[in-house]
Design a protein around this ligand. Structure first.
Ligand code: PLP
Length: 395
């Protein structure tokens, strides 16, 4: 199959990222010659085991953790489930969870389905956000109780890029003796993280959001945190996650973390400048367009913009004709268009939530690509609005 990635303008990096060429290069020996099992006693396997340990150290370095606090998983979703279910099993008498209304489905669906999954009744506090997508810490404080088994709050929102003050929230949880998990799938590699200086007990990350392959993730488990495995099996990961390691992807993730750590500040500055140019250009040239999410407390790569009175899906289809890849904040389910739960939680009006587009950039985007998108978007929106009955009424 040929995908012609050189012909697309890829601005959907919160969905997934290009694997860095350096990462592919680091992985190749483990897809070819170095196929030993890292748990084997012989040197052939032992070498592979060493590569896994090196990757563990590189990942730990990026997030200010110790190597032994890194548990490899298959993805961010598995890491999220593992952390939350571990806390519930550790404290079976505590049936309360605190989370937010804007979590990724990896946490949201799990919390919604916990009663079925565990056979126990749980109480979930869904913290609200304001119009900027930010949290109220006072409500958070009040939500914590002696019944709370775990708090799970994302570090950065995948749709808007809005950052939550998870370090402070973890400190507050610690004071109340409650475990704290953060889904940092969108934050790792884009935000400096030093877990050693925080009270965070669990952190989830995922390879494919930071230029490593799909199908590899990490759960950070702070030293001393009670932990019950989600996947039982062999003695891999010191008994914390059964299953033969996805060695090539783990090595790739290690390399991706080295790259992210080496270039984070300058890449953030460059990507933020591109994002700001795109955002200012779109808001300036398209009438009735607005930014969703806090203007400052946000990932440097994400711009979520609503184009009022048009459908996100229709915008994406027109962008697709110009090979521009992005995401919409609505999902077409069984014939009805459901606006994103994140935008709804922020109180974004329906007419704007339906027409929201998430542009998420990476280190591989160029200024020419920004100019190209800025050239195409106003005409796309204007054309769609000529077909929109709501636009005529509100023009
Ligand atoms: N959490 C967040 C915030 C995400 O953005 C994603 C992926 O989009 C996930 C979790 C799930 O990660 P994975 O695809 O590795 O399961």
């Amino acid at each position: 199959m040929q995908c012609h990635s050189d012909q697309v303008v890829y601005m959907d990096n919160n969905a997934t990222t290009r694997i860095a060429p350096e990462v592919v290069e680091a992985m190749m020996p483990f897809l070819t010659d170095c196929y030993g099992n890292p748990s084997s006693m012989h040197t052939f396997g032992g070498q592979v085991g060493q590569a896994v340990e090196q990757a563990r150290e590189s990942i730990a370095r990026l997030i200010g953790a110790r190597a032994e606090e890194i548990v490899f998983t298959s993805c961010g979703t598995e890491s999220d489930s593992t952390a939350i279910l571990s806390a519930l099993q550790t404290f079976p008498e505590k049936r309360h969870i605190v989370t937010t209304r804007v979590e990724h489905p990896a946490v949201k669906s799990l919390c919604e389905n916990l009663d079925n999954l565990t056979g126990h009744k749980h109480r979930i506090t869904w913290l609200s956000v304001d119009a900027d997508g930010t949290l109220d810490l006072e409500s958070y404080r009040q939500a914590l109780s002696d019944e709370t088994a775990i708090v799970s709050v994302m570090w950065a929102n995948n749709e808007t890029g809005v950052l939550f003050p998870v370090e402070e929230m973890a400190r507050i949880a610690k004071e109340r003796g409650v475990l704290f998990h953060t889904d940092a799938v969108q934050a790792v590699g884009k935000v400096p993280i030093n877990l050693g200086a925080t009270d965070i007990d669990f952190l989830s990350l995922s390879g494919h959001k930071l230029h490593a392959p799909k199908g590899v993730g990490v759960l950070y488990v702070a030293k001393g945190t009670p932990f019950i495995p989600f996947i039982n099996g062999g003695h891999q990961e010191h008994g914390r996650r059964g299953g033969t390691e996805n060695v090539a992807s783990i090595v790739g993730l290690g390399k991706a973390c080295e790259l992210a750590g080496a270039n984070m500040e300058e890449e953030n500055t460059r990507v933020r400048a591109l994002r700001d140019k795109l955002e200012a250009g779109l808001l300036g040239s398209v009438p009735k367009s607005l930014l969703n999410g806090h203007a400052q407390d946000r990932l440097p790569n994400t711009a979520n913009i609503s184009f009022e009175y048009v459908e996100g899906e229709a915008i994406l289809l027109h962008m697709n004709q110009h090979q521009i890849c992005a995401s919409s904040g609505s999902a077409c389910t069984s014939g009805s268009l459901e606006p994103s739960h994140v935008l709804r939680a922020m109180g974004v009006p329906f007419t704007a939530a339906h027409g929201s587009i998430r542009f998420s950039l990476s280190t591989y985007n160029s200024e020419e690509e920004i100019d190209f998108v800025l050239e195409k978007m106003p005409a796309i929106i204007a054309k769609l609005r000529t077909m929109s009955p709501f636009w005529e009424e509100n023009e």
